[in-house]
Design a protein around this ligand. Structure first.
Ligand code: 2M8
Length: 446
């Protein structure tokens, strides 16, 4: 589809820098002005990547600040709290009760779950774009052991049967919070005998009720946190108690892609990378043996509690392209899925790529968070994945459609994939001035 909207690259770059600078509060940058007042884990990775193009001090500061919250067991929390804003977001730091864990830092307030481990490939990209390679190498040396500890945490603590695949234990860990992928395992939880701790949401003060997760979702999110607290954040205890442990193809892809980056970076700084290579050989084989679905041409998720495959209908099932996981035949199948009506719409009514969930499902909702809208970070990963397999035209389409959305509607958090008549509808939802939308735009335009 030819772009309908002219993209003014210079204006976009200026606008993107402004978003980052406005969301910056000292050592780190918030994902958005009001909705998310703390530092988020995978957001910080994408944000660092954008800063790397114009302010390397701040790019490094983002990762340093994030890793200041790393736990002794290697867990990198999904939130490092800005305690002065504890009242502005739920759940704030006290709710997590991370003091129950021997591993949590006492001087930095954090959550007790993690996020997709993007930091390895972010560090590699920062090194690639750096003009001062000597300085960049020092930063790689500084971050290398911390990222290695985080990967070791995942493979040692989240892979109980030594399969090479790690599990997530909360939908927030996936980053794709209310994706319909999690509906089935969450619906299996019998809530008739469960008491959920009392809580009050804050996200609806600024977020639109139609675009945010439901109360039904939030009850489940809070119930899971209560389990982690009861298990004192010990992974072995949690695994015995939790009704939610999922091997997610997106999360594992990102870990694999970061392993690859660490292998490359380790080679440059003379670090032993044997462990990363072993993790990756096993992980890639497991992705293809356990999660690949030849019937659908996507990678499924696996529910470890109910011992069930979850049929994947979200775009995260196509993300293994980014990790170089499929062979060329599998990749061709995946591209067929991406260009089919499920994601691309039809010639009369094409979608903006890439909806986060198949548009053919009754669960598809073009405005609701991770249940259909286009997300810029997912598009960025898909773009790089497609290029790796030689699908340059499709990759360019994803990039130009992303820039078109950002240019016309602004740096929103997510976008409606259905094309309306330009100017008559707003296609951007969630928070305006969203940092990773700005940051990845900068990376594309650099
Ligand atoms: C969203 O998640 C948070 C919980 O972590 C929320 O809804 O309050 C997700 O989109 C997640 O992927 C993102 O990292 C976070 C901050 O942008 O917001």
């Amino acid at each position: 589809m030819n772009p309908i909207i002219e993209v003014d690259a210079k204006a976009l770059v200026e606008g993107a820098k402004n978003v980052l600078l406005k969301n910056r509060i000292g050592e780190f940058t918030k994902p958005a002005p009001d909705l998310y007042p703390h530092q988020w884990n995978w957001d910080a990775g994408f944000i660092a990547l954008g800063y790397a193009h114009f302010d390397m001090d701040q790019a490094e500061s983002e990762l340093r600040h994030l890793f200041s919250g790393q736990w002794r067991n290697g867990l990198l929390p999904h939130i490092v709290f800005n305690t002065s804003a504890d009242d502005h977001y739920f759940p704030g730091s006290p709710f997590w009760e991370t003091w129950r864990s021997f591993d949590a830092p006492s001087d930095v307030k954090t959550s007790g779950i993690s996020n997709p481990p993007v930091h390895g490939f972010v560090l590699q990209r920062m090194y690639q774009v750096a003009s001062d390679k000597g300085r960049a190498l020092n930063f790689v040396k500084e971050m290398f052991p911390r990222i290695k500890d985080m990967h070791a945490y995942f493979y040692n603590e989240r892979d109980p049967y030594d399969e090479g695949l790690v599990y997530i234990r909360h939908p927030w860990e996936s980053g794709n919070d209310n994706s319909p992928t999690w509906d089935t395992p969450l619906e299996k939880i019998d809530f008739s005998k469960i008491k959920i701790p009392p809580y009050t949401r804050k996200d609806l003060d600024t977020g639109h009720v139609d675009h945010r997760p439901t109360h039904h979702d939030y009850d489940r999110y809070i119930y899971l946190i209560d389990i982690f607290r009861k298990g004192d954040y010990r992974e072995d205890s949690i695994f015995k108690l939790t009704p939610f442990a999922i091997q997610d193809p997106l999360f594992n892809t990102i870990l694999i892609r970061s392993n690859q980056a660490m292998i490359a970076l380790g080679g440059i700084i003379g670090e032993d990378v044997k462990q990363f290579k072993e993790w990756n050989v096993k992980a890639i084989a497991a992705m293809n043996q356990k999660l690949w679905n030849p019937g659908t041409g996507m990678y499924d998720a696996y529910d470890m509690i109910n011992n069930q495959r979850i049929l994947m209908e979200a775009s995260s099932g196509l993300m293994p392209l980014f990790g170089g996981i499929p062979d060329s035949e599998q990749a061709e199948r995946m591209v067929e899925v991406l260009t089919s009506s499920a994601f691309s719409g039809n010639p009369e009514q094409p979608n903006y790529l890439c909806p986060s969930f198949t548009t053919l499902s009754p669960k598809f909702d073009p405005k609701k968070y991770w249940r259909g809208p286009v997300w810029i970070n997912m598009n960025w990963m898909l773009y790089h994945g497609l290029r790796q397999y030689g699908y340059h035209e499709l990759a360019e389409q994803i990039k130009s459609e992303s820039l078109e959305l950002l240019s016309h509607y602004g740096f929103y958090e997510y976008f409606d994939p259905e094309r309306y008549i330009v100017n008559e509808h707003n296609q951007g939802y969630g928070s305006r001035q969203f940092s990773w939308s700005a940051s990845l735009c900068l990376d594309w335009l650099s």
